[in-house]
Design a protein around this ligand. Structure first.
Ligand SMILES: *[C@@H]1O[C@H](CO)[C@@H](O)[C@H](O)[C@H]1NC(C)=O
Ligand SMILES: *[C@@H]1O[C@H](CO)[C@@H](O)[C@H](O)[C@H]1NC(C)=O
Ligand SMILES: *[C@@H]1O[C@H](CO)[C@@H](O)[C@H](O)[C@H]1NC(C)=O
Ligand SMILES: *[C@@H]1O[C@H](CO)[C@@H](O)[C@H](O)[C@H]1NC(C)=O
Ligand SMILES: *[C@@H]1O[C@H](CO)[C@@H](O)[C@H](O)[C@H]1NC(C)=O
Ligand SMILES: *[C@@H]1O[C@H](CO)[C@@H](O)[C@H](O)[C@H]1NC(C)=O
Ligand SMILES: *[C@@H]1O[C@H](CO)[C@@H](O)[C@H](O)[C@H]1NC(C)=O
Ligand SMILES: *[C@@H]1O[C@H](CO)[C@@H](O)[C@H](O)[C@H]1NC(C)=O
Ligand SMILES: *[C@@H]1O[C@H](CO)[C@@H](O)[C@H](O)[C@H]1NC(C)=O
Ligand SMILES: *[C@@H]1O[C@H](CO)[C@@H](O)[C@H](O)[C@H]1NC(C)=O
Length: 393
């Protein structure tokens, strides 16, 4: 018995529970697990993975997993898709990724019910963005993993928190088909991608580096996160009942709904953005829809948002996107109703506009501004006649 378990221990990170059940009287060495604790009565002791190769067995067998200084080799993902219900995964130390010549490769995948993904203090997840960045993101250039972390069908009061993530290649969180999940207290730092590199022709090296992309999900909370990136801080493209609050977004494209239209789900309802600070972002509060498509956007509130040095539009609602860019010609197939902009204050850069609203013919209704004052920049432009533009000086 002792010999069989020992050989298992060598090849996996199933340390705590099995080791302590089997080895009272042994030296208690278990792949670096601190052995000062009393042996556990249950299998609640963590499985500590110190090698990439140990992760699959831990995911299949453990409910308390520590990923300690994992270096994922070229072409290898950290696959947390098969987590047992109620599992906690804790990142520790430096997690790194190799290289892969693919856009569809997902470096980290997460699925499960009632799970917690967290990190010890000082832990860093580094996406190896420098190996991919070429200023083009997912619009062209070299193949690069399009979604760094795919959070798919996570349910049951799950929590993803405290991760410090830097240098992701293109989009970061792709959150889809999820219900009752909280994303909190994370630092997402892609600041290194602001500078051009030898491949980016003078452009910021990182591109399309959205922080949180959310689709087809329900009851999602995103709170108290810091994001420094080069595209949307948060972008919600479909789903219902979400709160985004306590965000600090720097250098991004802001807090966005959209772009809506032409996707498998084009309904976005009951979304509350609150208590957030946007610094040097391209837009502040933004709703954009795609030209000639249909969709439904209802009950969107932006409340208590501070804007500093916004470089294009402080508050932006536009219905003229085509092939990823605005055309100036709106269409009315996506309904936008019940939008409340409340307590939004701050200033835009000198060549920006405080407000920009370009609705299609009859497709916007009940857009309300309350206690909104964005200053600076050039004249605003709002074609939503009921409210016009709020005052900006
Ligand atoms: C689960 O752990 C056992 C050892 O306890 C190992 O033999 C087995 O391969 C693991 N399962 C998977 C799917 O890795
Ligand atoms: C990830 O693991 C799940 C089950 O645990 C498996 O079904 C899936 O194929 C794996 N994905 C990859 C990309 O290896
Ligand atoms: C991983 O890929 C990089 C980039 O192509 C290459 O330089 C390196 O040698 C590869 N590592 C291994 C272990 O194959
Ligand atoms: C990466 O894949 C593309 C095809 O998608 C191929 O043209 C290119 O040569 C590959 N690059 C490397 C370094 O393997
Ligand atoms: C929403 O999710 C939270 C946990 O994230 C849960 O406590 C709450 O009950 C859920 N609310 C609804 C209406 O499902
Ligand atoms: C979520 O939706 C349900 C029903 O659609 C509603 O009763 C509830 O108040 C909503 N919760 C939140 C947090 O918006
Ligand atoms: C989207 O909303 C419309 C209008 O409320 C509704 O008819 C449609 O069923 C919804 N579609 C989805 C996929 O929820
Ligand atoms: C405003 O933001 C732009 C673009 O991010 C930046 O270049 C500029 O330095 C910022 N200005 C101030 C005063 O912070
Ligand atoms: C928009 O739709 C109309 C009506 O279907 C069509 O005539 C027009 O060509 C479309 N425009 C574009 C730019 O796709
Ligand atoms: C919008 O909010 C109102 C008031 O809370 C609610 O009655 C209505 O059902 C919501 N609309 C949608 C499409 O969820």
């Amino acid at each position: 018995m002792r010999i069989r378990l020992a050989s298992i221990l060598l090849s996996s990170c199933i340390t705590g529970a099995l080791a302590s059940h089997s080895s009272s009287g042994s030296d208690g060495k278990s792949n670096g697990k601190p052995n000062s604790k009393t042996p556990p009565a249950s299998t609640a002791e963590p499985c500590i993975c110190k090698e990439y190769s140990q992760i699959a067995a831990a995911v299949a067998n453990c409910t308390d997993i520590v990923l300690s200084n994992i270096a994922a080799p070229n072409g290898s993902s950290i696959n947390l898709s098969g987590l047992k219900t109620g599992t906690t995964v804790t990142f520790e130390g430096l997690t790194t990724f190799g290289w892969v010549n693919s856009s569809s490769f997902n470096p980290i995948t997460i699925s499960g019910e009632g799970i917690t993904i967290t990190a010890k203090k000082g832990a860093v997840i580094d996406g190896n963005g420098q190996a991919y960045w070429d200023g083009l993101g997912s619009n062209g250039g070299l193949p690069k993993p399009d979604h760094f972390i795919v959070v798919d069908k996570v349910t049951g009061n799950s929590v993803i928190e405290k991760l410090y993530i830097r240098n992701w290649p293109v989009h970061l969180f792709d959150i889809t088909g999820c219900e009752n999940v909280v994303f909190q207290d994370m630092t997402l730092n892609n600041a290194a991608g602001d500078a051009p590199n030898s491949r980016s022709n003078g452009l910021a090296a990182a591109h399309n580096s959205d922080g949180f992309d959310v689709s087809s999900s329900y009851n999602i909370t995103i709170r108290r996160n810091f994001v420094h990136n080069q595209d949307d801080c948060v972008a919600i493209t479909s789903g219902n009942n979400m709160t985004v609050s306590g965000m600090t977004c720097e250098g991004s494209h802001g807090l966005s709904i959209g772009s809506i239209g032409g996707k498998s789900n084009n309904n976005v309802t009951n979304i509350h953005f609150a208590d957030s600070l946007l610094i040097n972002t391209q837009a502040g509060a933004r709703i954009k829809t795609n030209y000639n498509y249909t969709g439904f956007i209802s009950n969107i509130t932006y409340e208590n948002i501070v804007l500093q040095n916004i470089t294009q539009y402080g508050i932006d609602i536009q219905q003229d996107y085509l092939n990823g860019g605005p055309t100036g010609i709106p269409s009315n197939g996506v309904i936008i109703e019940n939008v409340l902009m409340k307590k939004i204050n701050g200033y835009v850069a000198s060549d920006a506009q405080p407000y920009y609203i370009l609705c299609g013919d009859g497709s916007c209704s009940n857009i309300v501004f309350e206690d909104v004052k964005v200053t600076g920049g050039e004249a605003s432009s709002c074609n939503y006649k009921v409210s016009g533009c709020p005052v900006s000086s």
